[in-house]
Design a protein around this ligand. Structure first.
Ligand code: HEM
Length: 213
């Protein structure tokens, strides 16, 4: 399994799988498959996939640890960037096809409609994460700072779930299911932080103490 995960063709395969949602939208677009309300269909599909990719990205660290497969880290950056890619498509659909680039109207919506405000926050938070996802930026910021910054993905995930929950009128089951997944991932992360703290203290107490003369 570990050998498979470091194979470059597997990574290329995962990349192609991640393109499936956009390929499916293009296919439907070319074959009159975008329903009677294509804008709504595209907005919903891209919003759904943005949230799914955020959740899959968040699953990588717990899975690495639980399955003892550190090689899974090779996929995290790509999955995170796909979350951003679908987020860009979702936002572009909204400002282009829904608002016809009427930025005044877009801004009014962001300020006035809470579900848009929180969706916008979820999207804006992904921007610095996408920009700083390269090895160069990890070096520039330093591992600790970089990790702290990239915890913003949890805030983006929570904001994405609230955005979804607030926009549905009655079908709350799906946003609640996504919310439950985010809650489990957050709890796992908090537990991992508390578990590693005593370890750090142990390490400190194991350091040789200066001898008093
Ligand atoms: C990371 C950021 C975001 C995520 C994860 C996200 C996620 C979602 C999801 C899951 C849906 C519902 C899909 C469905 O019903 O199946 C949705 C719908 C929608 N989103 Fe977002 N979204 C994000 C950002 C934004 C932004 C920035 C805007 C606009 C400023 C926006 C505007 C909308 C609109 C207009 C809808 C359709 C609402 C309706 O049907 O009444 N979203 N989004």
């Amino acid at each position: 399994m570990r050998k498979l995960l470091i194979n470059k063709w597997i990574k290329a395969g995962v990349f192609l799988i991640c393109l499936f949602p956009i390929a499916s939208l293009l296919w439907r677009g070319l074959h009159n498959g975008l329903t009677a309300n294509p804008i709504e269909f595209i907005t919903h599909a891209t919003g759904d996939w943005t949230l799914r990719f955020i959740l899959v990205t968040l699953c990588i660290t717990p899975l690495r640890k639980l399955l003892a497969l550190p090689e899974l880290i090779r996929f995290r950056r790509m999955l995170g960037l796909f979350a951003f890619f679908y987020g860009c498509l979702h936002f572009t659909t909204y400002i282009w096809l829904d608002k016809f680039f009427d930025l005044k109207e877009v801004w009014k919506d962001i300020a006035k409609r809470p579900y848009i405000t929180v969706g916008f926050l979820a999207f804006v938070l992904l921007i610095p994460l996408a920009i700083t996802s390269t090895a160069g930026w990890i070096r520039r910021l330093g591992g600790r700072q970089w990790q702290l910054l990239h915890r913003a993905i949890y805030v983006s995930a929570v904001a994405g779930v609230i955005h979804y929950y607030w926009l549905v009128k009655s079908a709350v089951l799906r946003p609640l299911a996504y919310g439950a997944i985010v809650a489990v991932l957050l709890l796992w992360r908090l537990a991992a932080m508390f578990r590693s703290r005593p370890d750090a203290e142990n390490m400190r107490s194991m350091k040789p103490q200066p001898q008093k003369s």
